[in-house]
Design a protein around this ligand. Sequence first.
Ligand code: SF4
Ligand code: SF4
Ligand code: SF4
Length: 263
Amino acid sequence: MSENIKLFDISKCTGCRGCQLACKQWNQLRAKQTRMRGTYQNPPDLQPNTYLIMRFQEVEDSKGLRWYYRHQACMHCSDAACVKVCPSGALYYSAFNTVGLSHEKCIACKECVSACPFDIPRFDERTDKIYKCDMCESRIANNLEPACVKACPTGALKWGDKDRLVKAAYKRAKELGDGAYVYGDKFVDGTHLVYVLQEKPGMYAALPKSPSVPLSIVLWKDVLKPLSILAAGGVLAGSFFHYIIHGPKTPDEDTSTKTEGGE
Ligand code: SF4
Ligand code: SF4
Ligand code: SF4
C-alpha cells in the first residue's frame, strides 16, 4: 500500500472555509454559536467539536498588506509525541500511517495535550475525552480522499502518494520563489499534512519553527523505560538461574522450643 499525505498549498487557498465545514459535516460535529470578534477566523481556535480551522492572519510590512489562510489540523506525525505518551493505546498509528484515536480507550489523562508540539488535541470536560482530526480514517480506508480535500474548490488541498506530493511541493515552492517554504517533511520523521508556505514558518501564527517530540518524553520512553524493563528482566533472570542452580528454597527449620504451660 502506498503511503499518502495531505498537501496544503497556501498560495492556492482563498480562505473559503469549505474544508472546515466539510470536516464538521463528515464528522457530525455540532457547531456552537460564536460572536463577531473583528477577524475572519471563526471559531477562535481548535475545539473538541472543531478538528480543523482556517487560521486567518493579516500581515502588513515593507512588502505591503497580505492575508494568510492556514489550514490547521492534526499533522499526523510519523514520530508522534501523542502516541508515545498515551498510556491506554487510545492514540495509535493506523494502517495508513496516520494517527488515529479510539475514544472508547481514552482515559482522560490529557498527556497528549501537553506532549503535542503542534497543540492539536482538545479535551472535552463534558465527555471526559480527547478529540482531534483522524484524517477521515473511515474514508481513506475506503479509498476516498479526506472530506476536507474533497471539498476544496481551488486545489489548495491534495491527497495522494507521499513521494509524488512532496516532490510536487518542492516544485511549487521553487515556482513561488522569494522565501517559499516546504514545511512538514523534515521533522518528527515527516508529517502526513505537509504545507507549501509562501513565507518562512516564523511568519505564521501558532506554527512552531522546528517542532520535535519533547526531550522529557524521548528520555522516558526511549531511554529510561527500556532500561527499567531491562533491569526488571535482569532481576527475573537472576531469580530463575538461582532456582536452577540452588533449587527451591526450603523453609528454615523451626528452632524455637515451647515449654509446656508457657506462652
Ligand atoms: S500533531 Fe500532535 S496530535 Fe497530531 S499526530 Fe502529531 S503529536 Fe499527535
Ligand atoms: S482529514 Fe477529515 S477529520 Fe481531518 S481535518 Fe480533514 S475533514 Fe477533518
Ligand atoms: S477549502 Fe481549500 S480554498 Fe477553501 S479554505 Fe479550505 S484549503 Fe482554502
